[in-house]
Design a protein. Structure first.
Length: 161
């Protein structure tokens, strides 16, 4: 980050400048100090914009992940309804056959149970996928946020000195 480099350069100049005898005061060239401060003021807004962009991207990714998880859940529910509807149709068709009534009932119940199991599996897989995706996103964002916070603390520490 350019601002940190400029601040380090400024600190180096301060450290390299001799103190006045019997005091902690130093003498720096006004032009050098003004130039460094001007450069810091020039680059600081860009780095703040970059931090804001990271935050906005994080929010955008979280929103997209939420939308995608909702879409997956809706598709799973739709699939569940379609499977159940198909199982019911097959069940009703088999019931109409009097000579195989008992067999039809068993088959329909099996299909309905299987459909519900498959729908539950699809739903659980979509939840797991959403959780995994959000955890990966969280990890990446936490890493980026730690970097930003580390830089911010460094800047605050410097400014407090």
């Amino acid at each position: 980050m350019k601002v940190l480099e400029l601040l380090e350069d400024f600190q180096t100049k301060v450290d390299a400048t001799a103190n006045f005898p019997m005091s902690k005061k130093i003498l720096l060239e006004r032009d050098e100090v003004e130039s460094l401060l001007s450069n810091i003021q020039t680059f600081l807004p860009d780095e703040m914009k970059h931090a804001k962009w990271i935050k906005e991207e994080r929010e955008k990714i979280l929103e997209e992940a939420h939308i995608e998880s909702e879409e997956i859940l809706q598709r799973a529910k739709k699939d569940e309804r379609e499977i159940i509807a198909e199982a019911k149709k097959q069940f009703e068709a088999m019931v109409n056959e009097t000579e195989i009534l008992k067999e039809a009932e068993e088959r329909a119940k099996d299909l309905l149970g299987q459909a519900r199991g498959e729908a539950r599996d699809v739903r659980m897989n979509s939840y797991q996928y959403s959780e995994d995706m959000l955890l990966d996103l969280k990890g990446g964002l936490e890493t980026k946020l730690e970097g930003v916070l580390r830089d911010l603390h460094s800047l605050q520490d410097f400014l407090q000195k």
